[in-house]
Ligand binder design. Structure first.
Ligand code: DGL
Length: 273
């Protein structure tokens, strides 16, 4: 029997699991292949050349398997390589930025939208461009939060220290009168309760994960690529360049199911056809 073609998902670490979780919920028949580059996380403060090269290595690794779509579930990587990857591969490629921007516009009533993300995501203004392409009249405020990803990767999200860092970092946004905030980093939904507490219940938090999974579902429908209903329970596979146990613990806590994870060291990339 042919192996079931998978949805490839990449992230600099565990953040993309927020997208994997939504894909599992909305598309339970689909098999997921996930690579988290935990050993080199965070990407957010690295130069674009490095982010590009690391992202291509993950893609190249997952493309050894039968893959029918690729999700760049890392805002930082998507901001740097999405367009390039779309040019060189025949496999459909989704990022998380455009779906997040669309979800924010549909949620906002006042047109005052905030974005939090890594330094690279904010510096490239990728969200701002995606938002303004749809509605040039929006008020957009961006804030880099470089301390957030280490809180998630080091499993510190339930500590008072995390609450303090989140509140202090987000303080400048309190005066912006935003009604919607895009969690422009796939790690941030894991900090959502702390972010909501810091900014108050009136602000709507947007996680790109849900919208990205919805777009993936539409894509699979339009191209008639949904996994047939007769496939057995999909056999998801997770790979990390970092520590297996840490990845497994966060993965199982977040996905609510056993996580089969293997360690892989990535090699310098060669061009992908
Ligand atoms: N989770 C990633 C993102 O969405 C990157 C975090 C990082 O590695 O800095 O931006």
């Amino acid at each position: 029997m042919n192996e079931q073609k998978a949805i490839a998902i990449i992230d600099s670490g565990v953040g993309g699991l927020t997208v994997a979780r939504e894909v599992m919920r909305q598309l339970p028949q689909e098999r997921i292949l996930y690579f988290g580059d935990n050993a080199r996380c965070p990407y957010g403060s690295r130069p674009p050349g490095e982010i590009r090269s690391f992202s291509l290595q993950m893609i190249q690794f997952l493309f050894q398997y039968p893959v029918k779509a690729l999700v760049i579930a890392c805002n930082t990587a998507a901001a740097v390589v999405l367009e390039e990857v779309r040019e060189f591969t025949a496999v459909p490629v989704l990022g998380v930025i455009e779906p997040g921007a669309r979800a924010a516009i549909s949620a906002s009533r006042t047109g005052r939208i905030g974005i939090i993300g890594t330094e690279t995501t904010i510096r490239t203004a990728a969200y701002e461009r995606a938002l303004r392409r749809i509605n040039p009249n929006l008020y957009v405020a961006g804030l880099a939060c470089p301390q957030f990803v280490p809180l998630v990767e080091n499993r510190l999200i339930h500590t008072p220290e995390a609450e303090r860092i989140v509140a202090e970092t987000l303080a400048p946004l309190k005066y912006e009168e935003l009604d919607t905030l895009i969690l422009g980093c796939t790690h941030y939904p894991l900090l959502a309760p702390l972010i909501q507490k810091a900014l108050g219940d009136e602000i709507t938090l947007i996680s790109s994960a849900e919208e990205t999974a919805r777009e993936l579902s539409t894509l699979l429908s339009l191209s008639d690529m949904h996994a047939p209903a007769q496939w057995d329970q999909p056999r998801h596979q997770f790979f990390t360049s970092g520590e297996i146990e840490v990845f497994r613990q966060i993965g199982e806590e977040w996905l609510g199911c056993p996580v089969n994870v293997e360690h892989r060291v990535l090699e310098p990339s060669v061009p992908i056809k």
